[in-house]
Design a protein around this ligand. Structure first.
Ligand SMILES: Nc1ncnc2c1ncn2[C@@H]1O[C@H](COP(=O)(O)OP(=O)(O)OP(=O)(O)O)[C@@H](O)[C@H]1O
Length: 445
């Protein structure tokens, strides 16, 4: 049997962006080969660089280093062999369904009559006949995304690129659309040779793909590749499917590097702390949700599969994994083999009354959460016993984006308030040592 034709070759691709603190490496040394006849899923946490890699493959962004080639030819601009389906549908509201679908062909200078004919065929294929003259606002989310698919497929691309195409749809609609696409793929009517789908939904990746590529974050590196050789249609309740889901959770929660991908030029840490403090970001987890997770685990006997927890809570990985990271950082629980297990600390925390739980949390936060510790230390140095939250954000801008820096401070405030290590006055945006509210109001510093 001859080897399948290689359509896309990504070799040594890295991507860096400039930030106020220096360069941020988003993708590092990625090698990916897409061959004819396969569906590949690219899975990773939010911010791991999935969309950036997809944009490099589409030729919409040039990598900082490395190459992307289509059928052996290195890209130098848009990749003519691909078309894209977006999470947000990206339809033009003033054009009808048919006109939106024809757009893809217009960009490739296809004559008018042929455009009409091919658009009607794509509309028919994707189950949109009857809606040719409708405007996007008249359509449900599912129908709008069908237009997104028809517009991408009308050019009959060698490689269909999909950026979380189902994540804006409700569960039933996305299930239905995924099922239809798989049926077309199986009976050979799907007019593309290969498909690459970006997703953060583990079950979706395993349901659709022949191969799942897992990207790790900070920086985005290829962490693992899983071959999924289950026959289609795949039964999500089967033991083999569930075992694969557990395996992905295990990979995603596996030994994470404590070193943050901080910009190369950044040095030092907030308020003169150590480099390690600077490099350990707080996971975006509220104390409420963290307490809820620990309680749930305790109710379940101290251990449960991450997939089962996600299902129970109806959480996506981007909801659950920051909580798991926070529980792990604070030594309340730890992931092992796709399961989450309470530690002795975690058991005590779950069993404690509110006051004791807060005291325990305060000790853990001071020991394990560097930013909380830095803030407490800095507050003690201030005569007013208070500090502008924005000052902390500014310190963090040396190594985080604006949004991430504010999120770090918001999380630290939530943790510190719950632990009663400090208070926060939203009107003045000041963090205060408990009991120093009046002093801060007087000083105005
Ligand atoms: N043009 C840019 N300039 C600076 N930083 C950028 C730029 N584009 C992306 N980033 C950063 O690169 C990182 C990866 O972004 P990307 O959108 O590729 O991740 P993702 O895995 O697709 O995330 P999500 O699942 O949230 O969409 C993020 O931290 C993002 O802020």
């Amino acid at each position: 049997m001859s080897n399948p034709t290689s359509l896309i070759s990504v070799a040594g691709v890295s991507m860096k962006f400039a930030t106020p603190g220096g360069e941020l490496t988003v993708l590092e040394d990625i090698d990916v080969e897409l061959v004819e006849g396969e569906i590949v899923a690219l899975l990773g946490r939010s911010g791991s660089g999935k969309s950036t890699l997809l944009r490099c493959i589409a030729g919409l962004t040039a990598p900082s280093s490395g190459t992307v080639a289509y059928r052996g030819n290195r890209l130098n601009g848009a990749n003519e062999g691909t078309s894209m389906v977006f999470q947000s549908f990206a339809l033009l509201p003033w054009l009808t369904v048919q006109e939106n679908v024809e757009l893809g062909l217009e960009a490739r200078s296809v004559p008018l009559a042929e455009r009409h004919e091919r658009a009607l065929k794509a509309i028919d294929l994707i189950g949109l006949d009857g809606f040719e003259t409708a405007y996007p606002k008249e359509l449900s989310g599912g129908m709008r995304q069908r237009v997104g698919f028809a517009r991408a497929l009308v050019v009959e691309p060698d490689v269909l690129l999909m950026d979380e195409p189902f994540s804006a749809l409700d569960v039933l609609t996305s299930e239905n659309l995924r099922g239809e696409l798989l049926r077309m793929w199986a009976d050979g009517t799907f007019p593309t040779k290969t498909a690459l789908i970006v997703t953060h939904n583990i079950e979706e990746a395993i349901q659709l793909a022949d191969r799942v590529l897992i990207l790790e974050s900070n920086p985005g590196r290829l962490k693992a590749e899983l071959l999924i050789d289950l026959p289609q249609p795949r039964d999500k309740r089967s033991i083999a499917f569930e075992a694969l889901v557990d395996q992905v959770y295990e990979i995603l929660t596996g030994q994470r590097s404590p070193e943050r991908n901080r910009p190369a030029s950044a040095a030092g840490s907030p308020f003169g702390g150590t480099a390690t403090e600077y490099d350990t970001p707080l996971p975006e987890a509220s104390t409420d949700a963290l307490g809820g997770l620990v309680d749930l685990l305790a109710e379940l006997g101290g251990q449960e599969g991450l997939a089962e927890i996600a299902e129970e809570l109806r959480y996506e990985i981007d909801d659950l994994l920051p909580l798991v990271d926070a529980a792990q950082l604070l030594k309340l629980a730890y992931p092992t083999g796709g399961q989450l297990r309470l530690s002795e600390q975690g058991r005590r925390f779950a069993a404690a009354d509110t006051l004791r739980a807060k005291e325990q949390f305060a000790t853990l936060a001071l020991e394990e959460a560097p930013l909380v510790r830095s803030i407490v230390r800095e507050l003690r140095k201030q005569e007013s016993g208070s500090l502008r939250a924005e000052t902390v954000v500014e310190e963090l801008l040396r190594s985080y984006s604006d949004e991430d820096a504010r999120q770090q401070v918001d999380t630290a405030i939530d943790w510190g308030r719950y632990a009663e290590l400090f208070e926060y006055d939203s009107a003045s945006d000041r963090i205060l040592i408990p009991g120093h509210r009046d002093a801060a109001e007087d000083s105005g510093a």
